[in-house]
Write a protein that binds this ligand. Structure first.
Ligand code: FES
Length: 133
């Protein structure tokens, strides 16, 4: 199993956690705010925020597919959410450094795991994205 940017490669990770998708108690409520509109979704523990966005048709291009290379999965967490998240890895911070519109609570959605601890998390989806590759 390979790791990139401190995470398992998403496709491999999803394959090993496929059984979790059938258990409702494994879901966490999160909100995406896209163009000012709140979208409340159920996120599956073990998925990333990027995968959750894609599964729910949120506009996060995620061009590199979760490899921590492109920055097109940039989201802005509200402060309460940001405080609940695991610390970002150095690779994520390096990518975020080059992103237009980055904030103190910016994260790459592909590097944030859905865990029970982020119940109620809120993420703003920027109106535009830049691919930093
Ligand atoms: S999908 Fe490319 S950095 Fe997250």
């Amino acid at each position: 199993m390979s790791r990139l940017c401190g995470r398992l490669v998403p496709s491999l990770f999803r394959a090993t956690t496929a059984h979790l998708h059938t258990t409702p108690s494994c879901s966490v409520n999160i909100t995406f705010i896209e163009k000012g509109i709140e979208r409340h979704v159920k996120a599956i523990r073990g998925d990333s925020i990027m995968e959750t966005a894609k599964d729910n048709h949120i506009n996060l291009p995620s061009v590199c597919g979760g490899m921590c290379e492109c920055s097109t999965c940039h989201v802005i967490a509200d402060q309460a959410t940001f405080d609940k998240l695991e610390e970002p890895e150095e690779e994520e911070l390096d990518v975020l450094d080059a992103v237009d519109g980055v904030t103190e609570t910016s994260r790459l959605a592909c590097q944030v795991d859905v865990t029970r601890g982020i119940e109620g998390a809120r993420f703003i989806v920027p109106d535009s994205f830049s691919d930093m590759r």
